[in-house]
Ligand binder design. Structure first.
Ligand code: SAH
Ligand code: SF4
Ligand code: F3S
Length: 419
């Protein structure tokens, strides 16, 4: 049986794309391996959202091209593959195929074209299952935030038909999946002939056997009252909103082309907290956007302290070729960007710690998703929001939802006992 080795960079969309590719290869007789030396095919699924994301992927591809068996194929897929195209083959000898993110809908024909004549192509094989899975409900993005390369490498936004989504999820549930995360760059603008994202949530949650439903990413400008109400009223929906704010000042939000003000954003947060008081709210923040002053950065800090996010992804601005912001001068010195980033990370880490500490003594529902390797007695899981949990206990199955009491917090993880 031929072996395939996967390395995936970037966001959950890429993880979902890797899973899809994995399933297609498994159906053609491949088995996944964690050992490079065994691999007959190496796939590096790349990200290009910031320059350092590209640097990491390039370094890894070079490393793989040296470590791999001579006859092993090396495929580069995803967003950096889309941006660089076949120049990657010239840059790194050993790369045998480049599949850009926009080509994802044609995977079957690409695989058939490149593997059908090889000895790899053999019997049917069914994919393994896990309890938690990502389902892409829309591809691409039309928002053109000034800093962002995603619309260029992923193409125009389009929604996957409801019937396709429901069929895919039903098949996953039959395979043992208990928790689904619906994915898109901006799931809130989902629309399939009038079925919006709230309607989709109602349809998906009606499927038998689905215990938990999650989704990401929400764009604040499209996060409607209807959607928030629907989530509050749908028991399978987890209490977690990832609502990227990016910046806390109207001037910067406007030149970022985010199309909401800080006040609009805070109004969305109020509505979420009114309907779902214990929701975990998380965000993405970008510091050092061109022309951002220290005072404007401080407004972002104040907003962070006001909202009190459970956690946040925080980044220093990185110029991406072809974007609107790339035509502005990248005028914030690197050291200043890093200083702002560190101040932000420090403030957020403190808030995360306080939120986790405040959970001690409370009762939570945890879905078990695996056993911790090192310390055998701990099981890993997730609460109804976004928090990582360790639970002590002997007999759990992945996908069990159990009631636990929180004993202590390690800052990023809650340690619990079963009740
Ligand atoms: N679709 C999602 C995010 C996609 S990219 C959304 O709209 O929120 C993930 C995050 O990377 C963004 O939210 C942003 O904070 C960050 N990011 C995007 N482009 C960037 C750039 N050029 N430099 C630094 N961070 C960037
Ligand atoms: Fe990028 Fe904005 Fe689209 Fe998110 S919404 S992917 S940040 S352009
Ligand atoms: Fe995701 Fe990176 Fe592409 S964040 S959409 S993998 S550029």
């Amino acid at each position: 049986m031929p072996f395939v080795y996967f390395q995936t960079f970037g966001c959950q969309m890429n993880v979902a794309d890797s899973d899809e590719l994995k399933r297609k290869l498994e159906a053609r007789g491949f088995e996944e391996t964690s050992c490079i030396a065994d691999a007959d095919l190496i796939i590096v699924n790349t990200c290009t959202v910031r320059q350092n994301a590209e640097n990491k992927a390039l370094a890894r591809i070079k490393e793989f091209s040296k470590l791999k068996k001579p006859q092993c194929l090396l495929w580069v897929t995803g967003c950096m593959a889309q941006r660089m195209g076949d120049t990657l083959k010239d840059a790194i000898p050993g790369v045998s195929l480049v599949i850009g993110a926009k080509e994802i809908d044609n995977l079957d024909s690409i695989i058939n074209e490149h593997l059908i004549h090889s000895s790899f192509y053999n019997q049917e094989h069914h994919s393994h299952s896990s309890v938690s899975d990502y389902i892409t409900v829309m591809r691409g993005c039309n928002n053109y935030c000034a800093y962002c390369i995603v619309p260029y490498v992923r193409g125009d936004e389009h929604s996957i038909p409801v019937s396709t989504i429901l069929d895919t999820i039903r098949a996953r549930i039959d395979d043992g999946v208990k928790e689904i995360t619906l994915l898109g760059q901006n799931v809130n603008s989902y629309n399939d002939n009038g079925t919006d994202f709230a309607d989709l949530i109602v349809k998906v949650s009606a499927l038998d056997g689905l215990k938990r439903l999650r989704f990401t990413t929400s764009h604040p400008k499209d996060c409607s009252d209807k959607l928030i109400r629907t989530i509050a009223e749908t028991p399978q929906c987890c209490s977690h909103f990832h609502l990227p704010v990016q910046a806390g000042t109207d001037r910067i939000l406007s030149i970022m082309n985010r199309r909401y003000t800080a006040k609009d954003y805070l109004n969305r947060i109020d509505t979420i907290r009114r309907y779902i008081p214990h929701a975990d709210i998380t965000t993405d923040i970008l510091v050092g956007f061109p022309t951002e002053t220290d005072a404007e950065f401080n407004d972002t800090l104040s907003l962070v302290k006001q909202v009190r996010y459970t956690t946040a992804f925080m980044f220093a601005y990185s110029v991406r070729e072809g974007t609107a912001a790339s035509r502005m001068t990248d005028d914030i010195p690197k050291q200043e960007k890093l200083d702002r980033l560190n101040r932000l990370i420090e403030a957020q880490t403190e808030i995360t710690k306080e939120i986790y500490d405040s959970m001690i003594g409370s009762t939570i529902e945890v879905m078990i998703n695996g056993r911790q390797d090192k310390r055998e007695k701990f099981w890993m899981g997730q609460d109804n929001g976004c928090k990582r949990i360790l639970v002590t206990g002997e007999h759990f199955n992945n996908g069990d939802i159990i009631r636990c009491s929180v004993k202590r917090s390690s800052g990023m993880t809650l340690v619990c006992d079963t009740q």
